[in-house]
Design a protein around this ligand. Structure first.
Ligand SMILES: C[S@@+](CC[C@H](N)C(=O)[O-])C[C@H]1O[C@@H](n2cnc3c(N)ncnc32)[C@H](O)[C@@H]1O
Length: 311
């Protein structure tokens, strides 16, 4: 397959991560190792890079690409929310920097068998980790109209969620919705004709929503920000690259909360022990790719990077 994944904001990641001699770094979404190999190449003085991805195929590619650095690279197929257990296995107590490059890779998107793309015919799968219990097929063919509606609203911000959900349930009563193109056509035909010819494909949001639900992506993001900040050493940096507004909002809000001192609990009662600020926000506004990068790699156009530093 002639697929390549071009890492986004590559120079910016290396510059903002501020790697230091003997530091230990985590690439929590290593993919095919584009960012990881650049970090290792540009910072030969770091002690170790821990690389995680939940996708078996990505791990195989990362192992190959990171082979020249195998002495100091530790690669794990796992959900990044299990980072603490991974560090325990390596007898590592803290990290000096973390990178999260969210979303799917071009490898995942452009492989029809994975079922992520509304343009390529394939099974409705969408699991990043093929050990996950539920595929997109399971959700589309078993959830109620109201459950589907919630998914499309909450994870896709799809304004036509009710129409689409009703159309999916009506169709599957005739026969299961088994492939990506069938789903994509059903979504297109269920929205008003005047919305069918927009710049963005009508099935974009539905596919995004199902992918997020199948992989529990927003929960994972919230959990890793909390866990990752706790694991960082003083002055350690946390870089998060997101590709849609839901991910960016979670990152922005969580960073803001962690950058505040908390003197009251959730019910508004004063706390006996004030919870101090944990981080300083480095990027008041997110870093976005330069026009040259977007020209070369259109996938980069929606990327936003936010960076925080542990206090
Ligand atoms: C945009 S790609 C990363 C590309 C990578 N930075 C590179 O340069 O090749 C995102 C990757 O994150 C992985 N991923 C997403 N959520 C994950 C999670 N909760 N735990 C581990 N890996 C995850 C996906 O499987 C995918 O390979």
């Amino acid at each position: 397959m002639g697929i390549t994944h071009i890492p986004v904001l590559l120079a910016e990641v290396v510059s903002y991560l501020h790697c230091k001699a003997n530091g230990i770094y985590l690439d929590a979404t290593v993919g095919s190792g584009g960012h990881a190999s650049k970090i290792l190449k540009d910072n030969p003085e770091i002690k170790a890079l821990i690389a995680i991805d939940r996708d078996e195929d990505a791990i195989k590619r990362a192992r190959k690409r990171l082979e020249p650095f195998s002495q100091k690279t530790f690669i794990f197929q796992d959900n990044f929310i299990n980072v603490r257990t991974i560090l325990k296995k390596l007898n590592i107590k803290g990290l000096d920097g973390i990178l999260l490059d969210l979303g799917v890779s071009s490898w995942q998107l452009e492989d029809p068998k994975r079922g992520f793309s509304f343009r390529l015919e394939g099974p409705l799968d969408m699991r990043m980790d093929r050990n996950l219990p539920n595929t997109a097929f399971d959700l589309v063919n078993t959830l109620s109209v109201s459950q589907l509606k919630q998914i499309l609203y909450n994870y896709g911000e799809e304004r036509f969620a009710p129409r689409i959900s009703r159309a999916l349930v009506a169709e599957r009563e005739k026969e299961p919705i088994s492939d990506t193109l069938k789903l994509s056509k059903l979504v297109t035909s269920s929205i008003p004709p005047s919305y069918r010819q927009r710049k963005i494909h009508p099935a974009t949001k539905t596919f995004q929503a199902l992918r997020i639900a199948v992989n529990n992506e927003l929960y994972n993001l919230t959990a890793i920000i909390e866990e990752g900040i706790d694991l960082l050493a003083q002055k350690g940096r946390f870089c998060v690259i997101s590709f849609h507004s839901l991910e960016d909002r979670i990152t922005k809000n969580q960073f803001r909360e962690l950058a505040k001192e908390h003197s009251f609990d959730e019910r508004g009662f004063p706390l006996r022990d004030i919870k101090p600020k944990k981080i300083k926000i480095i990027t008041k506004k997110p870093i976005t790719p330069k026009p040259e990068e977007i020209m070369e790699n259109p996938r980069a156009r929606s990327a936003k990077m936010r960076v925080a530093e542990k206090l």
